[in-house]
Structure formats: structure tokens, C-alpha cells
Design a protein around this ligand. Structure first.
Ligand code: ADP
Ligand code: MG
Length: 561
């Protein structure tokens, strides 16, 4: 039975296998290697996955979810129509669909997989990924870190000893990892990143340029008009990865907008984003205490690393060309397939996993010594500290007669507390005294499961307040079994209908975009297509699909001009 490798991404997921010719990705029902990590519930209760779902993000936002990888291992609930799901379950739908794609491509049953996860995923997030696999009917003995998979895809497992920097710019995340390979073991020396920076921000930069040029207020646009503008911005961004200039012409809010965009203008607009990319790179190198001249390889992966300005940044920073792949969004999946091959041969490349590090700084807000009206972050547990860890700081009162001290429990790397994430607050009362006479000892204890215990003790009275912050949760075996049973009863859109549904979802978006006569025509087209699909006696569905696609394309041209 075949074993597959899976990249379960925030924006896109892929499945790959090892073949005689090396690792290879497998196509989904639409013929694409990339399956958008999105899930939507159709009106008849059927679950749509991938491209059909992503198109419905606009037409049916309350029945569609994407980017759920961000919530893995948290208690967050996604409400889709009448269903409530956790990130594990939504991920299970994507995994199930990839499993089926692999089975179709290989012509045999698949029950085992290796799945990649970000290096900074802690125990809870890893357990959630394993739960998702279990819910999808996949047996996963092993997870692999995404940067390790990227290194494997570039053949770096053959390097006896070396230090590699892996930069991964995806749709909404930028991950930086420093790996060290020694004696057959890949160790992650440091991990940094920006969880809110990715290719989507570069698309938004184009959106901002178009809006400014043509006096559009994006906030005033209807959902589907905004979606069309976004889709156009995405198209322009991708085109500018190849060409030095690109034309556009479309009608938005009844207004014809037309022009051309130069790559140089786009790159100027993106400078703030490029500056943001530098910070985590410098942080990872600094945390690992490595001299950049000692780096053996710099590897650039993720779909958004296709942009020349990202490649230029890396070349400039390191004064060398990074290792690149023509399909940088396939790399991690290809690496998981390499690990599959290594595992069958000799147990696979060993990794030292990063769950024993706190990936962010935990601290509290204190009054700024220079300006008493402002507060600054005071770190208690520093980023990349080995966990479990317990640290204590003492904080003093700042005003005469102060009877309360409030501890804001904060997570993040910014000096201004308001820019960091507020995890919780604890207040303790103190006896009144002159400023600086009373104090509290604040102890933070952080464990491998991502649970943070905060103790605040008033020094003079010994009064103690304690609180546990656990923003993470995993399913118990019992819950897992119950959800497994519940998911089994959910109908997933059959594979042979996926292409049809993706087309209909697309047509529905077109319908939402236009009005009057055109709208009626699109509606008639959709009805005609639906009838053809339902007609069991038709054997020319392939042709019908072709006709429908062409008609939609003609329409889109018409609408955009
Ligand atoms: P993730 O790892 O988050 O699932 P991917 O590695 O698949 O994401 O990258 C998705 C991002 O790559 C998107 O923002 C997409 O716009 C971007 N991207 C894909 N192709 C290109 C291209 N040709 N030029 C610029 N950006 C691209
Ligand atoms: Mg990725």
C-alpha cells in the first residue's frame, strides 16, 4: 500500500508520492496540484473542498472557512451554516480529499501519510494535526517540520554537516527557520516569523494602488465587486512575477478602470512589506548566534517567493543566490515524499523537534520610566527559551497611596504593549503606601503544552493570586471517537462532481457581479448546465463542461470591458 506525503498549508495543500523519478505531486479532481485549504457547505448540506469552496468565500461567507490552520489546537469553533466545526475537522476534510485524490491517481488504497507542520507548532498543535489525520482515516506515524521537508526536497540530507536558513513566504505567513544538520540529525536552531505577513499583503498593495489611482473606496464596494477587484489584483501580482508591466481593464462599481502597472511601481509600493520581512530573518540569525557567513545554504520556498523583489531581498541580505525551485509552493510536499522514501529505506531523517521552545516573548506592561503616561513591555519569559520554564520579576507601585496593581499578561515582541496580544489580566489589591514602597512578585510558568500559569504575590502581605491561561485545547479520545462518527455521516461532494461544482461556484460569483440582462443570461446558463448534469442519460458531459466554461469566459471578458 502506498504511503503519501502531505503539505497541509494555510492557503494551499498538496499531496505527493515517491516515484522512480523522485518525488512527485499528484493532481486533484480539477487537475491541479494545489488544493486551496478551504471548506464550504452547500445548501443541500454537502461539503465542498478546495477551489469550489474558495470561490464561495465571497458568495457564501457564512458557510465557508479558510485559513483554519491558524486555529489548529485552539478551542475556536467555525460556524458554517448549521454546522459547528473545529480546525481539526475542517483540516480533516482537506486531508480526506487529498487522500482520495492520491488513491485515484495511484489506483490503490492509501492509509498512511507523513504530514508537514510548521517548526514552531507546539505539542498541542501537533496533536491537533494528528487528530485531523485520524479523522480523515489516515494513519500518521510521523510529522515532519516544514523547513526540514524543504531541505530534503533540495537534497540537503546528503550534506554531512551544514547550517541552512529556510525562508517560507506563503499566503498569509512568513516563517524563518535555521536548521543544523549533523550526524544524520536535523536540528532546528531557531525559528522566527511574522504570522501576519504573506503573499496576500502584496496583493493588497496592488489593491491599494488601484483604489488610489481610480478613486475607489474598497470599503464601499459590495462583497462580490470587492472580490473581483481582489481577483484582478491577484492576477496582476502574479503577472508581475514574470513581466515588467501588465495591463488591466475592468468595470468596478459601474466605472471603467483601465491602465497599466509597472513592476517597478509595484516594488516601490511594497517596500514596507520588504522591510517587515527583514526583522524575523535578523531575529532568527541573532537567536541562533550564527554568523551569516557560516550559512551553507539559504532556501527560499512558498508561493509568494516567486516575486522577484523577494528573491532580490534575499540575494542582497546574504550576498548570494538562494536555492530556488521553479515551483516554490510544491517544495514542502515534495520534501514530505522524500521523507516517505527515506523512512521506508532506513527509518527516515531524524529531527530534533522544537516543541521545547517558547516561540514568543511573554511579559507584562509597565509604566515607561521616561514618560509616565505611556507603558512599555517588560519581558518575563523571552522568546526561544527552553520550556518548561518559570521566571519571576518584581514590580513596584508608581503612585502614592496606590491600592491596586493590574498585571496585563502579554505575548509578543513589540515594545508598545498595545501591539502585543493581551492574553489576560490579573488585579491584586495592596495596602496604601508611598510610591515604590509596595511591590508584587510576578511569576510566569510556561509548559510544553502551551499552558501559561501566572502567579502574582504581594510582597508585604504575602497575598497570592493565581491564574491559568490555556488558549489551546485538544480532543480527548472519547471526543475524537464521537467526531469521527459524526463526520462519517457527512456527505462530501463526490470527486466526479467537483469540477462541475467549481464551475457553478464560479458562475454564481459572476452572477453576483452583474445586473439586468447579463445577470439573466448567466442565470440561464447556470440552469442549463445544472440540467445537463442532472440528466443521467447524457454521455457528453465533458463537452457540456467545455461549452459552459467557454460561455463563462466570453461573459467574463464582456463584464470586464
Ligand atoms: P501557504 O504555505 O500559506 O499555504 P503557498 O506557499 O501556497 O501558501 O503560497 C500562496 C501564496 O503564493 C499566495 O499569496 C499566492 O498569491 C502566492 N503566489 C502564487 N503564485 C505566485 C506568483 N506567480 N507570483 C506571486 N505570488 C504568487
Ligand atoms: Mg506553506
Amino acid at each position: 500500500m502506498a504511503v503519501i506525503g502531505i503539505d497541509l498549508g494555510t492557503s494551499n495543500s498538496l499531496v505527493a508520492v515517491w516515484t522512480e523519478d523522485g518525488p512527485q505531486t499528484l493532481p486533484n479532481a480539477l487537475g491541479d496540484a494545489l488544493t486551496p485549504s478551504a471548506v464550504s457547505i452547500a445548501d443541500n448540506g454537502e461539503v465542498l473542498i478546495g477551489r469550489a469552496a474558495i470561490d464561495r468565500l465571497v458568495t457564501h461567507p457564512d458557510r465557508t472557512a479558510a485559513s483554519f490552520k491558524r486555529a489548529m489546537g485552539s478551542a475556536k469553533i467555525f460556524k458554517l451554516g448549521s454546522h459547528s466545526w473545529r480546525a481539526e475537522e475542517l483540516s480533516a476534510f482537506v486531508l480526506r480529499s487529498l487522500k482520495l485524490d492520491a488513491e485515484t491517481a495511484l489506483g490503490e488504497e492509501v492509509s498512511e501519510a507523513i504530514i508537514s507542520v510548521p517548526a514552531y507548532f507546539n505539542d498541542t498543535q501537533r496533536k491537533a494535526t494528528l487528530d485531523a489525520a485520524h479523522l480523515a482515516g489516515l494513519n500518521v506515524e510521523r510529522l515532519i517540520n516544514e523547513p526540514t521537508a524543504a531541505a530534503l526536497a533540495h537534497g540537503l540530507e546528503d550534506v554531512e554537516e551544514g547550517t541552512f536558513l529556510i525562508l517560507d513566504l506563503g499566503g498569509g505567513t512568513f516563517d524563518v527557520s535555521l536548521l543544523h544538520k549533523f550526524e544524520g540529525i536535523m536540528e532546528i536552531k531557531a525559528s522566527a516569523g511574522d504570522s501576519r505577513l504573506g503573499g496576500d499583503d502584496f496583493r493588497d498593495a496592488i489593491l491599494a494602488m488601484l483604489s488610489e489611482r481610480h478613486g475607489l473606496v474598497v470599503g464601499d464596494l459590495g462583497g462580490s465587486e470587492k472580490a473581483r477587484l481582489l481577483a484582478e489584483a491577484e492576477r496582476l501580482k502574479r503577472a508581475l512575477s514574470e513581466a515588467l508591466s501588465v495591463d488591466y481593464e475592468l468595470i468596478i462599481a459601474g466605472k471603467a478602470i483601465k491602465g497599466d502597472l509597472l513592476r517597478s511601481e509595484f516594488e516601490t509600493q511594497c517596500q514596507p512589506l520588504i522591510r517587515r520581512m527583514k526583522a524575523p530573518i535578523e531575529r532568527a540569525i541573532h537567536d541562533a548566534r550564527i554568523d551569516i557567513t557560516r550559512l551553507d545554504q539559504v532556501v527560499l520556498v512558498g508561493g509568494a517567493s516567486r516575486m522577484p523583489l523577494v528573491r532580490d531581498l534575499v540575494a542582497r541580505l546574504f550576498r548570494r543566490f538562494p536555492l530556488l525551485h521553479p515551483k516554490p509552493d510544491h517544495i514542502i510536499a515534495l520534501g514530505t515524499a522524500v521523507q516517505v522514501a527515506l523512512k521506508t529505506r532506513d527509518g527516515g531523517l531524524e529531527e530534533i523537534v522544537m516543541t521545547d521552545v517558547c516561540p514568543f516573548t511573554l511579559g507584562t506592561a509597565v509604566v515607561d520610566g521616561r514618560s509616565r503616561n505611556e507603558t512599555v513591555m517588560s519581558s518575563i519569559i523571552e522568546r526561544n527559551a527552553i520550556v518548561p520554564i518559570s521566571r519571576e520579576n518584581r514590580y513596584y507601585t508608581v503612585s502614592d497611596g496606590q491600592t491596586v496593581i493590574r498585571i496585563d499578561v502579554l505575548q509578543g515582541e513589540f515594545i508598545r504593549p498595545s501591539q502585543n496580544i493581551l492574553i489576560g489580566q490579573i488585579e491584586v489589591s495592596l495596602p496604601p503606601a508611598p510610591a515604590g514602597k509596595e511591590a508584587v512578585d510576578v511569576r510566569y510558568t510556561y509548559d510544553v503544552n502551551g499552558a501559561l500559569e501566572v502567579e502574582v504575590k504581594v510582597v508585604s502581605t504575602g497575598k497570592l493570586v493565581r491564574s491559568l491561561f490555556r488558549n489551546q485545547s485538544t480532543l480527548t479520545d472519547q471526543e475524537l471517537a464521537a467526531r469521527f462518527a459524526a463526520l462519517a455521516s457527512i456527505k462530501i461532494l463526490p470527486r466526479d462532481q467537483q469540477e462541475n461544482r467549481a464551475l457553478i461556484a464560479h458562475a454564481e460569483r459572476l452572477y453576483a457581479d452583474c445586473l439586468g440582462e447579463e445577470r439573466e443570461q448567466v442565470k440561464a446558463l447556470i440552469f442549463w448546465f445544472e440540467q445537463c448534469i442532472e440528466d443521467q442519460s447524457r454521455s457528453d458531459l465533458r463537452q457540456v463542461r467545455q461549452q459552459f466554461t467557454e460561455a463563462l469566459q466570453r461573459f467574463e471578458m464582456g463584464v470586464s470591458f
